[in-house]
Design a protein around this ligand. Structure first.
Ligand code: AMP
Length: 430
């Protein structure tokens, strides 16, 4: 052996078949459902100028403060592997003058994100998000549109009993007033706070509300409430979102402590939970952000979006999800020789032209030299729906013998009929 075997970097992982089949099924559903709501795909670079996230996500956030993969390239520029995509989408909106297009602009993305976090179950350093952004929208109606998309997508994946957890973080004046009130309450009690929260007093006091520490939770129970510091405009906004959701029959629960970890949110913030999941399993989150496009050099733009953690989504995808239906994950038909076939002398197997004809008829197929029982093992491993055998007689008559794995029967059919029969396995879609 030469040299030590290498492993994928800590916190990253290889996605292998058959799991990649499920990823592809989820991605296909993203394209389908998001298009139903008029969203179109955007692909931004994996790398951005570091300043984008410093300005867009916020210097005081955990992401920017301690989780970014930042490096200097050979030209001396500071670049960062994207830790999230909203800031990049807004950058692209401004860079390409999308504010001059008919508004709102509806975009979605899927792809890897990078955060230097402590890896654990469901948390990776390279993870994947599926997200949508509505830019240039109209307030509460836009918030609700994006929530409808999110709920429709999760429902289509087989999640049941979906509930939107909803809160408002207010507009900028609401937050300034609340921040002052929260600091007035917490500063005299700083000694009762943990180290992390004490640090946040100086940087981002609203994030202290997110604390899971029982002692801090007790302290926070009596803290001033953001809801009592909302400006009339923010109060109206929140009431309108709730009224829309009521009217449309979307189940939601107001969670006054929901603040979310990114600085750019204004007014509406949300997560969606499913009865299928434990309480800890946040699979997605989002909200409105009124100031971000302007912060990145564009005009004042009302925007709202969400991001779903795809890795977690797949880990908790219900067993009964239509995306797990066997019809969507069939392996190729295995084509094998029955007995000895006449040699062509040039080393080309007589099975190869038959395999090519089947493929041109839309039947996935691999040739194999395996013999039973290895052949049946292989079929099971690959999820093959059927075996196709060619013996001397089949070869002479242009026929195929099919052994479908559901049944034990073997049927000999003319090629065209056999191809039809096999193709049907790949056509049925739940
Ligand atoms: P955020 O961009 O922080 O609002 O996160 C949105 C979603 O992305 C979360 O609900 C998670 O499902 C997922 N997520 C965030 N960070 C990670 C991570 N390190 N590993 C896996 N999923 C993540």
């Amino acid at each position: 052996m030469k040299g030590r075997a290498l492993r994928a970097p800590k916190g990253t992982r290889d996605l292998l078949p058959p799991a990649t089949g499920l990823w592809a099924a989820v991605e296909a559903e993203v394209h389908r459902i998001f298009a139903l709501y008029g969203y179109r795909e955007i692909r931004t670079p994996i790398l951005e100028e570091t300043e984008l996230f410093a300005r867009g996500v916020g210097e005081a956030t955990d992401i920017v403060g301690k989780e970014m993969y930042t490096f200097t390239d050979r030209g001396g520029r500071s670049l960062t592997l994207r830790p999230e995509s909203t800031a990049a989408v807004c950058r692209a909106y401004v860079e390409h003058g999308m504010q001059t297009l008919p508004q709102p602009v509806r975009l979605y993305y899927l792809g890897p994100q990078f955060r230097y976090e402590r890896p654990q179950r469901g948390r990776y350093r390279q993870f994947h998000q599926i997200g949508a952004e509505l830019l240039g929208g109209r307030g509460p109606a836009s918030d609700v549109e994006i929530l409808l998309l999110l709920v429709a997508f999760l429902r289509r994946l087989g999640f049941a009993e979906l509930t939107v957890l909803l809160n408002t973080v207010g507009d900028a004046p609401s937050r300034a007033a609340y921040r002052a009130a929260l600091l007035a309450y917490l500063e005299p009690r700083a000694a009762e706070l943990g180290e992390e929260s004490r640090r946040r007093l100086g940087t981002n006091p609203l994030r202290i509300l997110d604390s899971k520490d029982p002692a801090e939770q007790e302290l926070l129970a009596a803290a001033p409430r953001l809801a009592d510091h909302l400006t009339p405009a923010s109060r109206e906004h929140f009431a309108a979102v709730r009224a829309h959701l009521d009217r449309l029959g979307v189940a939601y629960r107001v969670e006054p402590r929901l603040v979310r970890g990114l600085d750019y949110y204004t007014n509406t913030v949300f997560e969606v939970v499913s009865g299928d999941l434990g309480a800890q399993n946040a699979i997605c989150g989002g909200g409105a952000y009124e100031g971000l496009v302007e912060e990145l050099g564009g005009p004042p733009t009302y925007a709202v979006g969400f991001a779903i953690g795809a890795d977690r989504l797949l880990e908790v995808l219900p067993a009964g999800s239509p995306l797990r239906a066997p019809g969507r994950h069939r392996g190729p038909v295995l084509l094998a020789a029955a007995g000895r076939l006449p040699e062509s002398g040039d080393g080309v197997s007589p099975l190869t032209p038959i395999a090519e004809r089947l493929r041109s008829e839309g039947v996935p197929v691999v040739e194999t030299g395996a013999r039973a029982p290895r052949l049946f093992q292989l079929a099971e491993q690959l999820g093959a729906p059927a075996l196709a055998f060619v013996g001397e007689e089949e070869l002479a008559r242009g026929e195929l013998s099919l052994r479908e794995l559901g049944s034990r029967e073997q049927t000999r059919l003319p090629f065209a009929e056999a191809a039809d029969r096999l193709r049907r396995y790949y056509e049925e879609q739940p």
